[in-house]
Design a protein around this ligand. Structure first.
Ligand code: 1CP
Length: 347
């Protein structure tokens, strides 16, 4: 067991359901295209250059915390780079990620995704975390992350978007044994990547399982939960809190309660009060403001923040966040208003 620092960041304490004097706040995708200073850097460097240079990745990680009074900084990286440890090529261009699918025959094949995780592949990530931790104020948490096994699996499909989610479900239904072997391989790599991040200074790990909520209630326990827990076990063994995020999870709340995560992050389709009742006092909650609120007038933003604070405040540990990432078209001025409103609390 790690010896606990005297005073851990507020975010870390809230995630462990310890008493806190105010609700901590950070935002998924808080670094990125909505920030003019990010867009400026992107004019000079490709996305990959920003991720793979520790100096640049650290700068981007710190950009939102320099501008807004957030309680955490999330390391600048992408869930899809894990594929490099599976021998699957991934590139990013202006239209988004391009993954070279190993399943073009329309069938799953375990030999197509052999795990070859070596920490050396992610030295740049470890260095970014070390550098960011040194520069970040002590009271702010450094957040690391990995993708959820099912979500990553869905990005290995030979198509994108809705079709990929459809094919992912078809292949798991038709080839469940092979599917589970591949999910286990992905989970092992994700666990190793999470461990690398904690050892380099991450104080919290979020598992981004964005698309797992499209699984029906009887597929989630079979094809998602056991593999998520492989990742969570690895994080738990290191003594840092973990957050599990998926969208559209109202039908899965009973399953989420069983996961080994310290906190569950919800999107705006889930009622916070119901979630807090079903998940019980052991789990902290994170969420769940609709990102569309950021495109609204100031009164709407303030009203919606107060409502979320009232509802979330009923759970033992609560971290304010959006229900999904900051939209690229968001106005930084609105983010500032949101963060200030959360920090001041309901009037
Ligand atoms: O053009 C650019 O500048 C790149 C845009 C971009 C950024 C800023 C991508 C491409 N990834 C990222 C960084 C990123 N991705 C972070 C760190 C920044 C932060 O949070 O502040 C994180 C946590 C992610 C996580 C991520 N990447 C997820 C899970 C969360 C989510 O939003 O659902 C997913 C699904 C991805 C894949 C991905 N990478 C990039 C894009 C545009 C996408 C989504 C593709 C799709 O719509 O399916």
């Amino acid at each position: 067991m790690k010896t606990k620092p005297v005073l851990e960041p507020l975010l870390v304490r809230a995630l462990q359901c310890e008493p806190v004097q105010r609700v901590p706040v950070w935002l998924m995708r808080q670094a990125g295209r909505y920030l003019p200073e990010y867009r400026k850097l992107r004019q000079e460097h490709s996305f990959e250059e920003l991720i793979k240079s520790p100096e640049l990745a650290t700068r981007v990680t710190l950009q939102p915390v320099e501008r807004f009074d957030l309680d955490g900084a999330i390391i600048f990286f992408d869930i899809l780079y894990l594929f490099e440890a599976l021998g699957v090529n991934v590139t990013f261009d202006d239209s988004g990620p391009k993954v070279q699918s190993p399943f073009t025959s329309g069938k799953l094949d375990t030999s197509a995704t052999r795990m070859s995780f070596e920490p050396g592949m992610f030295t740049h990530l470890a260095e970014s975390l070390e550098m960011a931790r040194k520069k970040l104020a002590r009271e702010k948490a450094l957040i690391g992350f990995v993708g959820g096994p099912f979500t990553l699996f869905s990005y290995l499909m030979p198509c994108v978007g809705e079709s990929a989610l459809l094919q992912a479900r078809r292949l798991l239904l038709e080839q469940p044994g092979t599917g589970k072997e591949i999910l286990a391989t992905i989970a092992e790599v994700a666990g190793a990547l999470a461990e690398l991040q904690v050892k380099a200074g991450a104080q919290v790990i979020q598992v981004f399982d964005t698309w797992a909520g499209i699984l029906p209630g009887d597929m989630f326990p079979e094809f998602a939960a056991p593999f998520i827990d492989i990742v969570l076990d690895r994080i738990n063994n290191l003594g840092v809190p973990s957050i599990y995020f998926a969208r559209n999870t109202t039908h899965l709340l009973g399953e989420l309660k069983k996961l080994k995560a310290s906190a569950i992050s919800l999107d705006w389709t889930v009622d916070l009060k119901i979630a807090s009742q079903v998940l019980g006092p052991e789990k902290a909650l994170q969420g769940n403001l609709d990102p569309a609120v950021l495109l609204c007038g100031n009164n709407v933003i303030q009203d919606r923040v107060y409502k979320a604070l009232r509802q979330g405040g009923e759970s033992r540990g609560f971290v304010f966040n959006l229900g999904h990432g900051v939209p690229p078209q968001a106005d930084p001025g609105k983010i500032e208003l949101l963060v200030d409103t959360v920090r001041k609390g309901p009037t």
